[in-house]
Structures are given as C-alpha cells and as structure tokens.
Write a protein of this length. Structure first.
Length: 128
C-alpha cells in the first residue's frame, strides 16, 4: 500500500509511548496533532475479528429495548500496549496487554478515528 497522498493522512511525527502507557501521539503533515489512548485504539482495532465483534454488539444494541435488563459491566482492566512496531511506512501494529495483537492501524485509519471533534466532523459524519 502506498503512502496516502492526502497530507491529512500522512504522519509527520509518530510517538508511541508503550512503556508509560500514555498512548500514541501523531502530528500529521497538515499540522494537525492527534492523541490516542491505547484503550481507545483497542476498541477501534481494525482487524476482522474485532470488526465482527463490533457489528455483533451494534446488532444487539439495536435489539435491546430500554426495558431489557442491563448487562452487568464486567470488570476488565484497561488494555495497554505491550509492543508497537511500524509496518512498512503506512501503519503501526500494536500488541495489547489483553493478548490481542492482530490489529494493524494504517495511518489512513488512524486519522479517520482521531478522537477530536474536528476529525469526527470531517471523517466520520454521515455522508461525508
Ligand atoms: Zn482486533
Ligand atoms: Zn483530529
């Protein structure tokens, strides 16, 4: 996969704070800074099995009416990164402390899941 030509999806600087658990900081070629928690990235893992999980949850959430008994929240420690390695020059692969390591986060994907409201509007608003 080539580096995206879109400067909004090209990283100018990437810092992955594995040992401190602080998450990932990326400054994009267009000057926009993004910060991602590892827990957030774990939830947004783009691999096939996590995609399936998310779809299942979305379907279940659609079925569950307000009268259905709420699921007890299971205690789950916040996942952190065990290791993170660059994949070529287009992605990073993160292994999480919950044992999951299949997720390859392309910079393209990372920019589109930037948690800030600007990117939510730009990349995730319906019909955009
Ligand atoms: Zn995954
Ligand atoms: Zn953003």
């Amino acid at each position: 996969m080539p580096i995206p030509l879109d400067s909004r999806k090209k990283p100018a600087s990437v810092k992955i704070h594995v040992s401190t658990g602080a998450g990932v900081d990326i400054v994009w070629a267009d000057g926009h800074p993004s910060h991602y928690d590892f827990a957030y990235l774990r939830e947004e893992c783009p691999c096939a099995s996590c995609n399936e999980e998310r779809n299942k949850k979305a379907v279940l959430a659609g079925f569950a009416g307000p009268s259905s008994s709420p699921l007890l929240p299971m205690y789950k420690p916040k996942p952190r990164a065990q290791s993170a390695v660059p994949v070529g020059n287009y992605a990073i692969q993160i292994s999480f402390t919950d044992g999951h390591g299949a997720g390859i986060f392309s910079y393209d994907h990372l920019r589109s899941i930037c948690p800030c409201p600007d990117c939510a509007r730009e990349f995730r608003s319906p019909g955009a």
